[in-house]
Design a protein. Structure first.
Length: 390
């Protein structure tokens, strides 16, 4: 069974729950790996998008590395079978304990985000008698066309080392004996649908890499980060994101030297479309102004993206679709049960007349869904079900 469907005569498990289409995940992984493989590019999966063990197992089996943004994610990657040599560790605020753990685990590289962090990593590596690989995360000042909360590569953002500070960073690196600089890292944001933003990133990287080379720094690795967006409006139109166009954009715009390896860190584009959040309508009501509300048993505790980023997810009434009698539509707002006004999945959408007990699917929730779940209002974390029934 691919996307979740109601089978007449069988009971829908207790809602809310996350549902994952493993066939779609495998197809997505194969496409991503094949397209990257054409140019010898390497993909690290960004664990922060989803850490379901079954999903991680598929990703690991497909040969992807891991991109982590906390020491806990580094440990999770190791425990789920990723080779330490395939793990990179980014993040603006790595604690001493997290750094110590990652050094001990023998990860491939730290993506360093400040001069001070370089000093701390050097000191902690010295204590363990090791020399560790580091890539400098440079903030390239590229403005992608995405929501301000998920864009990270503009000059005023907290991420990365400012391009105005690379001189100082290089001077610092000459003093640090326990850090080996292996390359540059970039990540300009998430849910980027315009390939031109990636082309602009590639062109900026060419300039920055050239500057480092002119200073005698050999860059073995160029890491372009992640950020490839997906079609939230119509997930069935593009179940597998445009990896071909994405990697081709870098092939066409990024200058790669002999012996240099290009890395990517993809999260959302790998896992978003294979996931759905299945929920039931608890109540329906009409406001004084005549607006219809359907209140669901899932809320911002299961999917916070609409409340946090004003994100849109496609919502379907599976019970109405399975009905023999077509239902009239109306303007509905779909809202969760949490005591917060922002706990609304969609406002005034054209939606089939909905009734108590109807089963709804909120689409494209495989990335930044379950991983951002909380216990607010003392709610338990919703379970995950898989398309193979296991
Ligand atoms: C979040 C993040 C990613 C993944 O971003 P997606 O938009 O999910 O592909 C990659 N690299 C870093 C450093 C990140 O913080």
């Amino acid at each position: 069974m691919p996307k979740y469907t109601i089978v007449p005569g069988t009971e829908v498990p207790q809602t809310p729950f996350y549902y994952y289409d493993l066939d779609l995940l495998r197809r997505t992984l194969k496409t991503a790996a094949d397209e990257a493989g054409k140019y010898g590019y390497r993909i690290h999966y960004a664990l922060k998008a989803n850490v379901e063990p079954r999903i991680l197992a598929e990703i690991q089996r497909a040969g992807l590395g891991a991109d982590c943004v906390s020491g806990y994610e580094v440990r999770c990657a190791v425990e789920n079978g990723f080779a330490p040599q395939q793990i990179v560790f980014a993040g603006v605020g790595k604690s001493d304990r997290e750094i110590e753990y990652a050094i001990r685990a023998g990860i491939f590289a730290f993506n360093c985000e400040s001069l001070q962090e370089l000093e701390v990593i050097d000191e902690l590596a010295a204590k363990q008698g090791k020399v560790v690989n580091a890539a400098l995360r440079i903030n390239p000042n590229v403005q992608p066309d995405t929501h301000k909360y998920i864009s990270t590569g503009q000059s005023e953002s907290k991420f990365g080392i400012s391009y105005t500070e690379v001189d100082a960073a290089l001077a610092k690196l000459h003093e640090l004996e326990h850090i080996r600089i292996v390359g540059l890292h970039f990540h300009i944001g998430s849910q980027i649908r315009k390939m031109e933003s990636f082309a602009e990133l590639a062109r900026r990287v060419n300039e920055i890499a050239e500057w480092f080379e002119s200073k005698g720094v050999e860059l073995k690795h160029l890491n372009m980060g992640g950020g490839l967006g997906i079609d939230y409006g119509d997930p069935d139109a593009e179940p597998v994101p445009d990896f071909a166009g994405y990697f081709r954009t870098f092939r066409d715009n990024l200058r790669v030297r002999e012996g240099q390896t290009v890395h990517f860190e993809l999260g959302r584009s790998i896992v978003a479309q294979c996931g759905e959040l299945i929920t039931r309508v608890l109540y329906t009501k009409t406001t004084a102004g005549g607006a219809h509300f359907a209140i669901t048993d899932a809320g911002m505790t299961e999917l916070i993206r609409p409340a946090l980023y004003s994100a849109h997810h496609r919502i379907e009434n599976l019970t109405a679709e399975a009905d023999r009698q077509p239902r009239p539509t109306g303007l509905y707002s779909i809202a969760g049960p949490i005591c917060e006004s922002s706990d609304v999945f969609a406002r005034d959408i054209e939606f089939p007349e909905s009734r108590r007990g109807d089963v709804l699917s909120i689409r494209s929730t495989g990335a930044y869904g379950s991983i951002m779940a909380s216990n607010y209002n003392m709610r338990p974390i919703a379970p995950s079900l898989f398309s193979d029934g296991e």
